[in-house]
Design a protein around this ligand. Structure first.
Ligand SMILES: Nc1nc2c(c(=O)[nH]1)N[C@@H](CN(C=O)c1ccc(C(=O)N[C@@H](CCC(=O)O)C(=O)O)cc1)CN2
Ligand code: GAR
Length: 246
């Protein structure tokens, strides 16, 4: 019996895992600027875990080079070498599970994942999407927002579910669309925000603060609204600075 009267076997171990014990696998398809933001956060002890592997369905993705330069296991798994989406996802599951992740991160991963894959990692898989979900699910979000004459756009970090870009949102950041905005200038604005909110979302998940509970994302046990938490540029910078001071 412990001093406080509880049978020792009823006491849970509340000691959080050390940050370096929390393992992250990142899936990419391209340039990897979001991956780089995660790598940079890790190197400044702001990620709350360690990226143990980067996997790309595109063998020539520059993000694989970013991983190698950071000393991270970089794996090319060309989806075109598989006869079906299910076969590719099956191979992808095996590669991921070899690295025993606590979290799978989609950082510009451009393949729709099968229900089997999603169910395997449900609740521990986050995606960054270049719109203010639920607006503009799918592809070509910047061009669509411009074509609609939208005055606001942005990005969302969400839990991945079977519904494409329909999972519960954790964090959003918004940008204003200028009258003379181009697709390239809008993409640059949005990506600058992505590089701030994605590392924050990953860290909050690895710390156990951000979770998927049923159909809702929760933060410190409180359900989030369908559009998650809206972080301003100042909020995000402060969140990262605070961490840097710890
Ligand atoms: N089941 C899910 N799979 C994926 C999700 C999700 O929420 N549920 N998020 C996407 C990421 N994504 C947008 O954020 C996205 C990626 C890819 C596509 C898409 O249409 N892909 C095509 C191929 C396109 C190409 O190669 O350029 C396809 O897979 O046939 C839409 C949205 C990741 N997966
Ligand atoms: N629907 C998925 C999608 O469009 N994702 C988007 O791909 C880009 C990848 O850039 P990166 O490779 O430089 O991180 C990011 O802007 C991300 O929001």
């Amino acid at each position: 019996m412990s001093e406080n009267g509880y049978a020792s076997d009823t006491l849970q171990d509340f000691t959080p895992e050390p940050a370096d014990a929390r393992r992250v696998v990142v899936l990419i398809s391209g340039s990897g600027t979001n991956l780089q933001a995660l790598i940079d956060a890790q190197q400044h002890d702001e990620l709350g875990g360690e990226i143990v592997a980067v996997i790309s369905n595109q063998p020539d993705a520059y993000g694989l080079q970013r991983a190698r330069e950071a000393g991270i296991d970089a794996v090319a798994l060309p989806h075109r070498e598989y006869e079906s989406r299910e076969a590719f996802d099956g191979a992808l599951i095996k590669v991921i599970e070899r690295h025993e992740p606590d979290l799978v991160v989609l950082a510009g991963f451009m393949r729709i994942l099968t229900p089997r894959f999603v169910q395997r990692f449900l609740g521990r898989m986050l995606n960054i999407h270049p719109s203010l979900l639920p607006a503009y699910q799918g592809l070509h979000t910047h061009a669509r927002a411009l074509a609609d004459g939208a005055v606001e756009h942005g990005c969302s970090v969400h839990f991945v579910t079977e519904e494409l870009d329909g999972g519960p949102v954790a964090i959003q950041a918004a940008v204003a669309i200028a009258p003379d905005e181009t697709e390239d200038s809008l993409k640059a604005k949005v990506q600058a925000r992505e590089h701030l909110i994605f590392p924050i979302a990953v860290r909050w998940f690895l710390e156990g603060r951000l979770r998927l509970e049923g159909d809702a994302a929760t933060m410190d046990g409180t359900p989030l609204p369908p559009t998650g938490m809206r972080l301003s540029h100042a909020d995000a910078a402060e969140e990262l600075d605070e961490d840097a001071e710890e």
